[in-house]
Design a protein around this ligand. Structure first.
Ligand code: COA
Length: 283
């Protein structure tokens, strides 16, 4: 099938992925529909995330889009109109599949990076927020377009807006239906950084490489901690973080000891300047 084929894309073909340099490069793969999320794509993405999560041939997952879009949000025809015609059960089922993979991505075992190469609308804010880090092209476009076609920003999009933006920006963004470019998205905090499109993949690969050099158990504990403590009181967060570190120790009790040893005894690295040498752990 060519990228622009008018023929219905098979479910298995709605998501593409490859493992390269210990990174899982996963793509929304409906470029002819600007990677909008249909029930098929949502089901397939759930399966792909499942298939990949505990494989040990990669350590970072990058989510990008084939073609000119990252994702044009929910599929207005297949996700909304066709499911609504089938009744409440179909609507709820489709919501479960979409929200399900975003939720799993929010708590994914490996660090995740959204590499936003183009259009990012509405429902796309779900997976955008689900990724731990986000980088975009300067010419990417972000929008809560729901108001433009007559609904509120659902599927978590309103929640993402208030999580990532100031109150005034969230309100303006949601009510006005105007798009912002990559640089503005970075300025507002929707993404970490915006770079020229030609440099996007190299910058993301560079960030992934740094993450690959960190202790994987500590990374999972850290990314979960940053998400969890957002809604906790200070005292609850303090307690959670004690328990979370102790739980992490049950998976890897040697890494932090090795880190301390390489700094204090061996004097081979300084934690303030980079990660300890993982290859010496257990040597
Ligand atoms: N739902 C369903 N179909 C969509 C879609 C969506 N969210 N986004 C794009 N498509 C389809 C178009 O209907 C078109 O289908 P066709 O070839 O059968 O006519 C195809 O994808 C290409 O889209 P097109 O609009 O021609 O591409 P473009 O590059 O000129 O414009 C967008 C890109 C993203 C600006 C435009 O497609 C758009 O506004 N999409 C809707 C965005 C949106 O509101 N999403 C929020 C949903 S919650």
């Amino acid at each position: 099938m060519t990228a622009q084929s008018p023929i219905e894309r098979a479910e298995a073909d709605t998501v593409a992925y490859e493992i390269r340099d210990n990174v899982a490069w996963v793509k929304f793969n409906r470029p002819e529909k600007r990677n909008c999320m249909s029930p098929k794509l949502n089901r397939r993405m759930g399966e792909v995330l499942d298939e990949l999560e505990f494989r040990d041939d990669f350590g970072v997952l990058v989510l990008s889009g084939e073609g000119s879009a990252w994702s044009a949000g929910m599929d207005l025809k297949e996700y909304f109109r066709e499911n609504e015609a089938k009744g409440l059960g179909a609507t709820r089922g489709a919501q479960r599949e979409a929200y399900g993979w975003w939720r799993r991505l929010r708590w994914y075992q490996k660090p995740t990076i959204a590499m936003v190469n183009g259009w990012c609308f509405g429902g796309g804010y779900g997976p955008l927020f689900a990724c731990d880090l986000a980088f975009c092209a300067d010419d990417a476009q972000f929008g809560l377009s729901e108001i433009n076609w007559g609904i509120l920003p659902g599927g978590g999009a309103s929640k993402v807006a208030v999580e990532l933006l100031s109150f005034r920006r969230a309100m303006y963004h949601a009510m006005m239906g105007e798009n912002v470019d990559g640089k503005t998205a970075a300025d507002w905090g929707l993404v970490n950084e915006s770079v020229p499109a030609a440099q996007l993949e190299a910058r993301v690969a560079e960030v992934a490489k740094v993450l690959l050099g960190k202790n994987a158990v500590a990374l999972k504990a850290t990314k979960d901690a940053i998400r969890r403590v957002r809604i906790m009181s200070y005292d609850d967060a303090e307690d959670y973080l004690i328990r979370a570190q102790e739980a992490a120790n049950s998976y890897d009790n040697e890494g932090r000891k090795e880190g301390i040893k390489q700094f204090i005894d061996d004097k081979t690295f300084k934690p303030g300047l980079g990660a300890y040498d993982l290859s010496k752990q257990g040597a």
